[in-house]
Design a protein around this ligand. Structure first.
Ligand SMILES: [Zn+2]
Length: 139
């Protein structure tokens, strides 16, 4: 579950990076595959070479560590990642499947012509199966 202001932060971050992919971390708590987002932590797309950033993204290790520290400081955890698919549907790509972390939400946001169009979230369970998560935005 996301607050409207958190969703707006994600939208702004991903639209401003268009036509490149962009990304970030979701901090909060997760229980029985239900995530409660307490903070959105946008990060730059650190993928190199930059020319490939329309289809690839990378969260730099230092950005990841910063997010973990911030989460721990607030008694949260990193509960997921988000990234955009510029002009593509919000479905798991082969790369997304290969790089997914278990017990973490993966929120994928389709950005079409610079505007967020659709979002879907996926969950990799400990047994290696992907399941779709409900994305709920609320005030
Ligand atoms: Zn992807």
């Amino acid at each position: 579950m996301l607050r409207r202001a958190q969703w707006r932060a994600i939208v702004q971050h991903l639209e401003s990076a268009y036509p490149e992919e962009s990304c970030g971390l979701l901090l909060g708590t997760i229980r029985d595959a239900v995530g409660e987002v307490s903070a959105v932590h946008p990060t730059p797309n650190a993928w190199e070479p930059a020319a490939e950033r329309r289809t690839r993204f990378l969260i730099a290790p230092e950005d990841f560590v910063r997010a973990v520290r911030y989460a721990e400081h607030n008694a949260w955890e990193v509960i997921g990642f988000f990234h955009s698919h510029p002009d593509h549907p919000p479905l798991l790509s082969d790369v997304d499947r290969a790089l997914a972390w278990s017990a973490m939400a993966m929120l994928i946001v389709s950005v079409r012509a610079g505007r967020v169009a659709e979002a879907r979230a996926w969950w990799l369970s400990e047994d290696g199966a992907f399941a779709e998560m409900l994305v709920r935005v609320q005030d």
